[in-house]
Design a protein around this ligand. Structure first.
Ligand code: ZN
Length: 251
């Protein structure tokens, strides 16, 4: 099982690479890409949500509760008075911090259903719904948000799976092999069935993925990227001139 730092670095590396490709296409605003990147990192931490002993995860969740409250407040910032906004923030914070997490603590076993591929899809779809309906994002933008959350989530499951392999050579596989990257839990057939039904229901509530898949599968989107896979005649053209003080360059 990979530790917190490995998950943080792994999710940041993979979603950072994906975000870099999006920047290179030139089709997405920079702020949006930074948002996708952050969502990918958050997605990489979500599978261990149900681990009550992990202090870093507690800290991340407490931070998320604060940030989520502000995101809601920013969305309604122009509509309500300051007092109403403060109340809105408090309700959001208390709901996430004590309501949702308290429910989580009671309802889940670590490495249970939350730590599975369908749960990752579910979190991605919930992200799409929140982005689309609460933050009135476009369908493409919402689907990108959800895709990054699911991507980080899957990276987490894969990391746990890789770390269950014993590299010393004596025993090829540890006992936990196959438990991290799971499609559900045979021990919880009802829970697994409910999880799959929830994923289907969430998908049916989401905006059509067509504009998103068309953009992502269109070869034209990546034309700039494939052309720039390797540098041209010089590496980092003009970079020194940008970072070095002008006086230094004149010498
Ligand atoms: Zn894990």
């Amino acid at each position: 099982m990979a530790d917190f730092n490995t998950h943080l670095v792994g999710a940041a590396a993979v979603s950072g690479l994906a975000a870099t490709v999006l920047v290179m296409t030139g089709q997405f605003p920079h702020q949006a890409v930074i948002g996708y990147f952050v969502l990918g990192v958050i997605g990489g931490l979500l599978p261990d949500l149900d681990s009550p002993t992990s202090i870093p995860i507690r800290i991340v969740l407490a931070t998320l509760a604060v940030v989520a409250g502000f995101l809601v407040v920013f969305t309604f910032g122009t509509r309500y008075s300051l007092v109403e906004l403060v109340i809105l923030w408090l309700v959001c914070f208390l709901f996430i911090r004590y309501g949702l997490l308290g429910l989580f603590d009671r309802a889940t076993v670590h490495r249970g259903l939350i730590h599975s591929i369908p749960a990752g899809l579910g979190f991605g779809l919930i992200t799409i719904l929140i982005a689309f309906h609460v933050f009135t994002a476009s369908a493409t933008h919402a689907w990108l948000c959800g895709t990054f959350v699911a991507l980080g989530f899957i990276v987490h499951l894969l990391l746990d799976e890789f770390y269950s392999v014993d590299l010393s050579g004596k025993k090829l596989l540890k006992k936990s092999f196959g438990t991290a990257f799971s499609l559900g839990s045979l021990g919880q057939p009802v829970g697994t069935a409910v999880l799959y039904l929830a994923v289907i229901a969430l998908f049916s509530l989401c905006p059509s993925p067509r504009p998103f898949t068309e953009l992502m599968l269109d070869r034209d989107t990546y034309r700039g990227v494939t052309q720039r896979l390797l540098p041209g005649e010089t590496w980092f053209p003009g970079f020194l001139r940008r970072v070095a003080p002008a006086s230094l360059m004149d010498r």
